[in-house]
Design a protein around this ligand. Structure first.
Ligand code: ACM
Length: 709
């Protein structure tokens, strides 16, 4: 790791202090490559490693200087070390043991400006470790680094002798968790916060409201969660899952009570994490509108919370009563969340309803907005003024630039980095959170069991993200508060999968956000230790599936090729309602698969296993571009063509046997004529409508030999 002259001087100063405090000699030169041996993620800024070791034992005592919240920090570290290394440290107590050895001391210190509020210095000798920082946040991160430095050696659990001086590159090191599309219980949120903190991530952007749910209890508007937090999931299987208590389809959902939120916010604070709540407006409004129809633009909005993904046309109206509603909501939000920033969404608000509504058009004129973009801008400015009056700052997705940015607004740039460029060039702050690289709903690995957007964004892709893009000049870069990855959960239904989609990519993000160095080889060398930490803490993480040679005669949908890549998804079945569900690779804009290079020489028949998934995607007029092929029978067919998708049709498999089964059905075998050599086979369905969408689960080719066995 790079060692600047200035940093060196500070390090030597610290070292001198450590020696004066009775810690022995300066580190001897390292005998192994320092940085890789440390396995600290994110990589610390400056590191010097000596040859000695501090041995952690049951007698190692944690000591806290004045002003350090020893009970909290001690409890945290003792627990972490016990869970991951099986050693029980002693925390606090006593005024120091007589020999002043085997002590890990945490203290606050003055000066050392470069450390800032989150930086720390960690000095370890064989007899004593000193973690010092200007602020409790720095002390906390010093403790996290200390924990990561612990490793097994012949002497037990040891910390290498050395000196680390470290502070972050960016102040905003965030993850967005979407708790609207799928609900995660408070225990999970706490676990997520815990794991974030171990990466020195410090912002949890909590996506609490969307079309598919409103998850935050608002005392003044109880229907937001009584109605807005519950929906019937999309698809025939959930629709058939009748709740005996109501005689209606079982509702899926949940919400966070204000007490839950207070507990979570306090917990996050103890882990140095600020929760930035997001209340989305003026779009992503359907759940709130289902609860309070007077917020709608249209006359008779649905009273059901919808379950489609995508972009709904529903917007909030622009009546004074609606602004008042949001001010009331934000009043409660600011009382719950101490965060300086409050996120008001602002994304994907298609203006069709505003354009079509005479009442909105009249209000637009009344409010002096020349078009719908200016009207959204007016909406955002009202909220910004209100939040400013409460001492808070507004942040929104990059669409808030359209129609003019509110004076003190901060932009979260998601449609590339252009939003950040535009914000920064007019003196506004920005957070970089661009798709696809920092969108963790894209799959981390091509594992057939992992739903998500089909595109694979690897750990290395995330690591390669440049938070100082060339599009920004030096001056503009000063406005970049930091980086954030977003875990939107349309396709992430289970808690295990939230973890697998997040980790270890969040480790790469953390290093991008914290470390001034970019060193993929070094990061890769440190990653196995991070994965071991996940294992010890029972955190799921993504790993590339073991390489599996393609079976010449059987392929699941993930092993087939898609004919196109328009909206390619790794899509989970809606059935069975409980238990494991199939996951299909499909381009929902063109469901069509290729079995490439099928050797048909001895093939006599073909077995297709198929599923049907709800077409629950709000994609506007694009839906008209989805090809529909006329069926020959009412239920439709799976057609198999040879050599390409316009080639000879060599088999037709009626779907009737699968219609009544919401999960996967193996259709009766279709006879195939033997043909010489290898051919591509193309699979497409005929059907009257796109809902449900038929999908391939697997294709098996049966040979003469297999058939006679
Ligand atoms: C977004 O992904 N709509 C911010």
């Amino acid at each position: 790791m790079k060692q600047t002259a200035a940093a060196k001087r500070t390090v030597l100063g610290v070292l001198a202090a450590l020696v004066l405090a009775g810690c022995g000699e300066a580190p001897k030169p390292a005998t192994e490559p320092a940085a890789a041996a440390l396995s600290v993620i994110p990589a610390p800024r400056d590191v010097e490693i000596g040859a000695g070791e501090f041995v952690i034992t049951g007698r190692t005592r944690l000591e806290f200087g004045a002003g350090v919240e020893g009970e909290q920090l001690g409890g945290y570290l003792v627990d972490l070390v016990r869970r991951t290394h099986g050693v029980a440290l002693k925390s606090g107590g006593g005024a120091g043991n007589a020999s002043n050895v085997n002590v890990i001391r945490f203290e606050l210190r003055d000066g050392a400006d470069a450390l800032g509020t989150e930086g720390y210095v960690l000095a370890s000798s064989p007899t004593r470790i000193l973690v010092s920082a200007r602020d409790s946040r720095g002390v906390f991160y010093g403790a996290v680094t200390l924990w990561q430095l612990m490793r097994k050696s012949d002497s037990g659990i040891v910390v290498p002798e050395g000196l680390i001086e470290d502070w972050p590159r960016f102040g905003w090191r965030g993850l967005l968790l979407d708790s609207a599309r799928h609900y995660q219980p408070p225990e999970f949120i706490r676990k997520f916060i815990d794991v974030m903190a171990l990466h020195k991530l410090n912002v949890l952007h909590w996506h609490l409201t969307d079309d598919q749910a409103w998850r935050l209890e608002i005392k003044k508007y109880p229907r937001l969660t009584e109605v807005g937090a519950w929906r019937v999931p999309a698809g025939a299987a959930p629709a058939a899952d009748i709740d005996p208590a109501t005689g209606k389809p079982r509702l899926y959902g949940g919400f966070y009570s204000q007490q839950d939120v207070k507990d979570i916010v306090a917990y996050a604070k103890s882990r140095n994490i600020t929760i930035v709540p997001e209340i989305d407006m003026p779009g992503h409004a359907s759940a709130a509108i289902a609860a309070y129809p007077q917020l709608a633009v249209i006359d008779k909005p649905s009273s059901q919370v919808p379950a489609d993904w995508g972009i709904y046309p529903n917007l909030f109206n622009v009546e004074e009563s609606t602004f008042q509603f949001f001010q009331d909501v934000l009043d409660e939000v600011v009382a719950l969340f101490p965060s300086e920033y409050i996120h008001i969404g602002g994304d994907e608000a298609v203006k069709d309803q505003w354009k079509a509504s005479p009442r909105v058009q009249a209000r637009m004129r009344e409010l002096g907005a020349k078009d719908e973009h200016e009207l959204q801008s007016y909406f955002v400015r009202r909220m910004e003024k209100f939040l400013s009056g409460k001492g808070r700052r507004l942040i929104g997705w990059d669409e808030i630039l359209e129609g003019g940015l509110a004076p003190n607004a901060t932009v979260m740039s998601w449609r590339g980095v252009e939003g950040a460029v535009a914000a920064a060039s007019t003196g506004h702050d920005a957070v970089l959170s661009p798709q696809p690289t920092l969108y963790f709903d894209n799959r981390p690995v091509a594992a057939p069991s992992l739903p998500g957007r089909a595109r694979v964004v690897t750990v290395e892709d995330v690591y390669a993200f440049d938070p100082a893009p060339a599009a920004l000049n030096e001056e503009q870069r000063k406005h970049i508060l930091g980086v954030q990855a977003n875990i939107f959960t349309e396709h992430i239904r289970t808690l295990d999968r939230v973890e697998s989609m997040t980790f270890p990519r969040a480790a790469a993000l953390a290093e991008v956000a914290w470390s001034p160095v970019k060193d993929w080889a070094g990061f890769s060398a440190r990653l196995p230790a991070q994965l071991d930490r996940y294992k010890a803490l029972n955190v799921r993480y993504a790993e590339p599936p073991p390489p599996r040679p393609l079976d010449p005669f059987r392929r699941n949908s993930h092993e087939l090729s898609l004919c196109s890549d328009k909206i390619a998804l790794s899509l989970e079945d809606d059935a069975p309602v409980s238990g494991d569900r199939a996951v299909f690779l499909v381009d929902i804009m063109e469901p069509c698969w290729l079995f490439k290079d099928a050797d048909l020489s001895n093939v006599t028949s073909l077995v297709a296993a198929v599923g049907q998934v709800p077409f629950n995607f709000q994609i506007g007029d694009a839906v008209k571009a989805i090809p529909l092929r006329a069926p020959a029978t009412p239920a439709g067919e799976l057609e198999v063509r040879i050599d390409d998708c316009k080639g000879e049709r060599i088999a037709v498999l009626p779907l009737a046997p699968a219609v009544g089964n919401h999960a996967v059905t193996a259709l009766p075998p279709a006879q195939l004529e033997a043909r010489e050599g290898k051919h591509d086979l193309c699979f497409m369905f005929t059907q009257k409508s796109i809902d449900p969408t038929w999908v391939i689960d697997s294709i098996a080719l049966q040979t003469t030999t297999a058939a006679t066995e």
